[in-house]
Design a protein around this ligand. Structure first.
Ligand SMILES: Nc1ncnc2c1ncn2[C@@H]1O[C@H](COP(=O)(O)OP(=O)(O)OP(=O)(O)O)[C@@H](O)[C@H]1O
Ligand SMILES: [Mg+2]
Length: 385
């Protein structure tokens, strides 16, 4: 039962703000970063809604996913994507050339690209800087060029990736401020790691300090209503009411796959005589706890100190403070039954952050990354008394 809920209005409005910004949205030209929880539909939104909307506004879009190959160097993946785009623009019959012809309304035959550098030199020492590459690309395409990097936080995990972000920022600063420019270079980064993605724009030391950072607009009531209508239409039995489906969707962290799983269980296993409205909330709560258990098992795998630090954070009301304090160290020591030194804490906190289990909200303030995981942990504590 494949079902896709399109969001053309939302996508068009975002695309317009990026390509034809008014005074208030001009900041988007400094870069746009979007972050949201895992499996909530970010990549799907980029491919099915935002990229087509950007193309309708006449932009040339280059997309690269830094998780497409987690062993590869993120900087290399971005450069490969740019090089591949340029190569396609010089290849008659390529799909990118066809797309450019479509968005520009210019006949494919009339499009020709000649760059003042060798493509294979991009990214090599002595090769053209990205600012030159992007300037030539924008000038010859005669339109805005949008580079979308999915899972952009991967870039700050390596020094080369950080240098790449600096190079992209210089490209932006080389292309955009030119008076009478035929186009702009716009950078969009998305990712699942909220703390790291927002850090990219917040920290003065980061390349994109000053760019906009927004939460990914999650699917909500109009998605569940559309899904339910689709299921009714296809004659699926045992369907709960919309109110209950929406509540279940929110319980499940607004993740389409989890909701479909829950609805499938309801369809197949609602006990005879029971109302699906009564059964779906139970199924949703169970699925959510099962998903949270997987996360909690990851904490355990990181060791006992990681568990103690995680518990300090999960137990706090609101943001946890002082996780590196002497008081915290004394607490961890009691839990572990051995002395824990303050300098042991940092690496463990980094591991918890790298696994997306906790995140730093601001200097010195930490929270459990997924609120559902925190609640499940708390419920377990209560059961243990
Ligand atoms: N608008 C939508 N309508 C229906 N299903 C959707 C929609 N958006 C996403 N989904 C479904 O949700 C699941 C997750 O989508 P997607 O991979 O885009 O999420 P993501 O946030 O990029 O995940 P990840 O954190 O793994 O990168 C997929 O199975 C996808 O088909
Ligand atoms: Mg994704």
């Amino acid at each position: 039962m494949s079902h896709y809920f399109a969001r053309p209005v939302l996508a068009s409005s975002m695309a317009r703000q990026l390509i034809h910004p008014d005074v208030l949205s001009e900041g988007f030209r400094s870069g746009l970063f979007m972050s949201g929880q895992r499996r909530t539909g970010k990549t799907t939104f980029l491919h099915n809604d935002l990229i087509p909307a950007l193309e309708r506004e006449g932009a040339l879009v280059i997309y690269v996913d830094l998780w497409s190959d987690t062993r590869a160097n993120p900087a290399q993946l971005v450069r490969d994507a740019i090089r591949d785009a340029l190569a396609q623009l010089q290849t008659p019959g390529s799909s990118l050339l066809a797309r450019l012809s479509r968005v520009s309304g210019v006949d494919v035959g009339a499009l020709s690209f000649k760059f003042g550098f060798k493509l294979e030199k991009i990214g090599e020492t002595g090769g053209p800087p990205l600012s030159q590459v992007m300037t030539e690309l924008v000038d010859q395409a005669r339109r805005d060029v949008v580079l979308i990097v999915d899972e952009v936080q991967q870039a700050i995990t390596t020094d080369e990736g950080k240098q790449l972000l600096v190079a992209l920022k210089s490209a932006r600063d080389a292309v955009n401020p030119r008076p009478g420019s035929v186009g702009h270079f716009i950078f969009i980064g998305t990712g699942s790691h909220r703390a790291m993605v927002s850090e990219l724009t917040a920290r003065r030391t980061q390349a994109f300090s000053g760019a906009q950072s927004i939460p990914y607009p999650v699917l909500d009531a109009d998605y569940t209503a559309d899904l339910l209508a689709h299921l009714h239409h296809t004659g699926v039995p045992n369907l709960p009411s919309h109110e209950v489906v929406l509540a279940a969707f929110r319980t499940l962290g607004q993740r389409p796959e989890e909701l479909l799983k829950a609805l499938r269980q309801v369809q197949l296993h609602t006990p005879a005589g029971q109302d699906p409205d009564g059964y779906l909330p139970v199924v949703a709560a169970t699925l959510r706890a099962a998903a949270a258990d997987i996360e909690l098992a990851k904490v355990e795998q990181l060791g006992r100190l990681a568990s103690a630090v995680f518990e300090w954070i999960a137990a706090a009301e609101g943001d946890a403070r002082g996780i590196f304090s002497a008081e915290a160290a004394a607490h961890y020591s009691r839990v572990l039954g051995r002395e824990v030194k303050v300098e042991e804490i940092g690496p463990v906190v980094n591991e918890l952050m790298a696994s997306n289990l906790i995140l730093r909200r601001a200097h010195g303030l930490y929270v459990v990354a997924d609120p559902a995981v925190r609640e499940t942990w708390r419920e377990k504590q209560q059961l243990l008394g």
